[in-house]
Design a protein around this ligand. Structure first.
Ligand code: ADP
Length: 482
């Protein structure tokens, strides 16, 4: 592989390019109107304009991107995450045009892209599943009967769902009709597919996912778990590896189940199998994501492996030369997603001009970003600015480093999730490891965060006053002696 096109933008485009350059592979960026001067464009060896700013006129134009790839004579396309990464047709067309798609084949994407098809595929393997129905449903009467049999609360979910969209918790029978209507219309508008199904709502679960990697020769390994229970709107915001809750036995069991899920769809490449873990430590298969995940850096820290490098190697047909028992967990890593969102205002997007942008540096600190000072944050795309990842010999060191890194991350012009990340890292439930997906609901409120931020502001004012008085005292010396 000599040349790679990255069909993405922002931090993930740069992340992929870094590994490509390390491997001696040239890179081609694609960009939309608003991204003309974006860092990922400058980071690539070559860059090609593909269209207007809205993603359906640029980053989602599969045919256009393939056309560019052929013209630029690249060997492969890396889709990153989001955009075309889980588009089976795109993967198929890339292959048909004689190019390598860095990801699984269309068959696996098709199966795992639909939560219902995924359940169907893994049925014949010994994998525990969330109790629920295995077909799409639109009839409220039928849904009510199922829910009564299952027991409340239940969860109505979009089959094509992603990013926590099209998901509705129903606590009581009277709410089924209205919640179903909402879930169907949200699924239709977000995914163009209104199929919904019902799952038992697991009370207070943890979200634990397993990273897997498979080659074209039938070799498959798992790279342990990531704990992703700190979420808002059913979407991850802070992840860590390993999880404090997993024993070596449970880790091995979940790893084995994840590999079976991958086997059920003849998986090749990097993938993530997501599970819910209940209070009794029973785990249930949720879904499989057929791409590189946002949170992959925590796995890279604890395994010492470069996941993008492995993706490229298996895509070009190399054998995975890593045996399962040769990999082990070393240390602990935490990732905070820095979104341009206001944690004091329901995590609503806070796009605007990045007046100050200065990321932290230091031992055990990694920042994956695609923005820089003086840039506008486009309204067209995901509002994630960067990912702050810290690593330590143990969990407490990783947490301390995260707090230090947050304090030294300076962003002005937009609100971000940085103060929320600090709130989590200082919370006793998080520190003790005793938390679940309801962390935000159970422990977080804007007023608590405001208190924290006020304390920080007061402390900063005290430090400034102390420095001022010290300066003044020093300045007086010559005036007294003269
Ligand atoms: P998406 O594809 O939209 O991300 P997932 O199925 O991966 O949806 O679920 C996202 C999150 O929603 C989970 O991490 C969990 O917090 C919550 N969730 C999903 N299914 C259930 C369930 N059956 N019971 C309780 N919580 C659930």
């Amino acid at each position: 592989m000599k040349k790679l096109l990255i069909a993405n933008r922002g931090e993930i485009a740069i992340r992929v390019m870094k590994t490509a350059h390390k491997m001696g592979i040239k890179t081609v960026a694609v960009y939309s109107e608003i991204d003309r001067n974006a860092p990922h464009v400058r980071f690539a060896n070559e860059a090609v304009y593909i269209g207007e700013s809205p993603s359906n006129k640029s980053y989602l134009l599969g045919d256009k991107i393939i056309e560019v790839a052929l013209k630029m004579e690249v060997d492969a396309i890396h889709p990153g995450y989001g955009f075309l990464s889980e588009n089976a047709l795109f993967s198929e067309k890339v292959a048909k045009n004689g190019l390598l798609f860095i990801g699984p084949n269309a068959h696996a994407i098709r199966i795992m892209g639909s939560k219902l098809a995924a359940k169907e595929a893994v049925k014949n393997y010994d994998i525990p599943m969330v109790p629920g129905i295995d077909k799409a449903i639109t009839d409220v009467k039928e849904a009510t009967e199922i829910a009564l049999k299952m027991g409340f609360p239940i969860l109505i979910k979009a089959s094509a769902g992603g990013g926590g969209k099209g998901m509705r918790v129903v606590e009581k029978v009277q709410d089924i009709a209205s919640q179903m209507e909402r879930a169907i219309s949200e699924a239709e508008s977000s995914f163009g597919d209104g199929s919904v199904f019902i799952e038992k709502y697991i009370s207070s679960p943890r979200h634990i996912e397993i990273q897997i990697m498979a080659d074209t020769h039938g070799n498959m390994i798992h790279l342990f778990e990531r704990e992703c229970s700190i979420q808002r709107r059913h979407q991850k915001i802070l992840e860590e590896a390993p999880s404090v809750i997993l024993t070596p036995e449970l880790r091995a069991k979940m790893g084995k189940a994840a590999l079976l899920v991958a086997k059920s769809c003849d998986y090749v490449g990097a993938g993530t199998v997501e599970f819910l873990l209940d209070k009794q430590l029973n785990f249930y298969f949720l879904e499989m994501n057929t791409r590189l995940q946002v949170e992959h850096p925590v796995t890279e820290f604890i395994t010492g492996l470069d996941l993008v490098e492995l993706q490229i190697r298996v895509a070009r047909g190399e054998k995975l030369n890593i045996a399962q028992d040769s990999i082990s967990i070393k240390g602990h890593a935490i990732e905070l997603r820095i979104y341009a969102e206001d944690p004091l205002n329901d995590f609503l997007p806070s796009v605007g001009f990045l007046e100050t942008y200065s990321p932290p540096t230091g031992k055990g600190i990694r920042v994956d970003d695609g923005f820089e000072q003086g840039m506008d944050i486009p309204i067209y795309y995901d509002p994630m600015l960067s990912k702050l990842i810290t690593y330590g010999a143990n969990r407490s060191e990783a947490i301390q480093r995260m707090i230090f890194a947050i304090d030294n991350y300076h962003i002005k012009g937009v609100k971000t999730t940085l103060p929320f990340g600090k709130f989590v890292c200082q919370h006793k439930a998080f520190i003790s490891g005793n938390f679940n997906t309801h962390f935000v609901k159970d422990y977080y409120s804007p007023s608590l965060l405001q208190e924290d931020m006020k304390d920080k502001a007061a402390l900063a004012a005290l430090v400034a006053l102390k420095l001022y008085l010290e300066d003044k005292a020093q300045l007086r010396i010559p005036s007294i002696s003269s």
